[in-house]
Design a binder for this molecule. Structure first.
Ligand SMILES: [Zn+2]
Length: 408
């Protein structure tokens, strides 16, 4: 591919601005200029909307080989037990699953990933041209010895700066000792890396934090990791939010059961982002998610798919279609912001701006007439992703479009 390429599109949407009938010129992986009409040297992309690249702010690619989600209908801890069982029974699948997951993400328009990795992975799994994202090393444990060992793991993960961008993910309150969360925050402060943590995901988690009882206690006893000195003084998600707010940048994953005070706190911290995973949230049958309330309070919300252990696919585009179909009170342009720009900021990537930003774009084929603005129907059920560009390079193109571009 040449260093300079020009594409004519019916629609270009960057930030809150939509432009119709323009030529986008890319040079050295960035947007060099946007010109009205079609220039003589441009490649015609047809009835498409070229939009800021979609960002999947939360996933676990190690589960990408699963054909169906692990059942989510019983107790939440039943699902966790089955996830642990799957991981134990399939230790050799991780590398291949990560590769499959990256490809699936590209094929559904995702340009940047917030990826949580556990064990059995190597940097080589992400060393694909065009891979862009933050690889968070998950740390968890409740015993003092484990806390020491996991702190060391986090430290070595962050200091190994070859290859992909890195972050740390203290897993969740029920699996990760408060001291290990504190250590993770300290490392994040020292190294300026992002932090991601599952929080306030279930009512059972709130019960464990507040009273030390419930299904999580039973599960920890069964796993042989329960200690009587755990969860003795009552805690709330707010205690974790306050701790995480000390990191330079943190992602609060799920937050399904954050209360008004916690949402207000989150909204007051511009370095923090709540990551909502719409279809996973729906699959577990949780109470209504407070994402709209957080936006009203001035907070930032990004979107994730979570993994194939709770979701049928890794399509961020499908998450936005799901929201578009279920929330008619939110504009498609607002949904696009959650699914692109907000995820970029959450993961510490430079925001898209017209003249210097890396060209990360998602191409959406519009099923309906292109005479009117695509905004009201951008995530309509019959639209589809037909191309994914990272740093000015196509990482995936629908076959018909690939033929069109190659024949130019
Ligand atoms: Zn997750």
């Amino acid at each position: 591919m040449n260093d300079t390429q020009s594409y004519h599109v019916e629609w270009l949407i960057i930030g809150d601005e939509s432009q119709s009938n323009v030529t986008v010129r890319m040079s050295d992986g960035c947007v060099a200029s946007i010109e009205p009409g079609r220039t003589a040297d441009s490649i015609e992309l047809g009835p498409v909307a070229m939009v800021e690249g979609l960002v999947n702010a939360h996933t676990h690619l190690e589960f990408s080989s699963l054909n169906h989600p692990i059942p989510t209908t019983g107790q939440f801890t039943d699902w966790i037990r089955n996830v642990v069982k799957y991981r134990r029974e399939n230790p050799g699948l991780t590398s291949a699953a990560i590769g499959t997951g990256i490809m699936e993400s590209w094929q559904s328009g995702t340009t940047i990933l917030g990826e949580i990795s556990t064990v059995g992975w190597s940097s080589a799994n992400y060393a694909k041209p065009g891979f862009k994202g933050v690889v968070f090393q998950e740390v968890l444990g409740l015993h003092p010895e484990r806390i020491r060992q996991q702190t060391e793991l986090a430290r070595s993960h962050i200091t190994d700066t070859e290859g992909e961008a890195r972050g740390i993910s203290p897993h969740a309150p029920y699996s990760t000792h408060l001291d290990l969360v504190r250590e993770s925050v300290e490392i994040a402060k020292l190294t300026n890396c992002p932090l991601a943590m599952h929080l306030a995901e279930t009512k059972a988690e709130l019960e464990l934090l507040c009273q030390g009882s419930g299904e999580f206690r039973e599960m920890l006893i069964d796993f042989g990791v329960w200690r009587d000195d755990l969860f003795q003084s009552p805690l709330k998600p707010l205690d974790y939010l306050e701790l995480l707010s000390n990191a330079p940048c943190s992602l609060v994953i799920h937050g399904n059961y954050l209360d008004e005070r916690e949402l207000k706190f989150l909204a007051s911290q511009p370095q923090m982002t709540l990551v909502y995973c719409p279809r996973t949230h729906a699959a577990f049958g949780h109470s209504e998610h407070p994402w709209r309330r957080l936006i009203d309070l001035g907070g930032r919300v990004a979107i994730g798919t979570d993994s194939r252990a709770s979701n049928p696919d890794l399509s961020l585009f499908a998450e936005l279609q799901f929201l578009a179909a279920s929330r008619t009170d939110v504009t498609h342009l607002d949904l696009l912001r959650l699914g692109s720009r907000n995820g970029r900021i959450a993961l510490s990537f430079k925001p898209h701006s017209e003249n210097e930003a890396p060209a990360d774009f998602t191409l959406i084929q519009l099923a309906d007439s292109v005479q009117r603005s695509p905004q009201p129907e951008l995530f309509g059920p019959t639209n589809r992703v037909c191309g994914t560009m990272v740093n000015g390079r196509w990482v995936w193109l629908a076959p018909d479009l690939a033929t069109q571009i190659l024949s130019h």
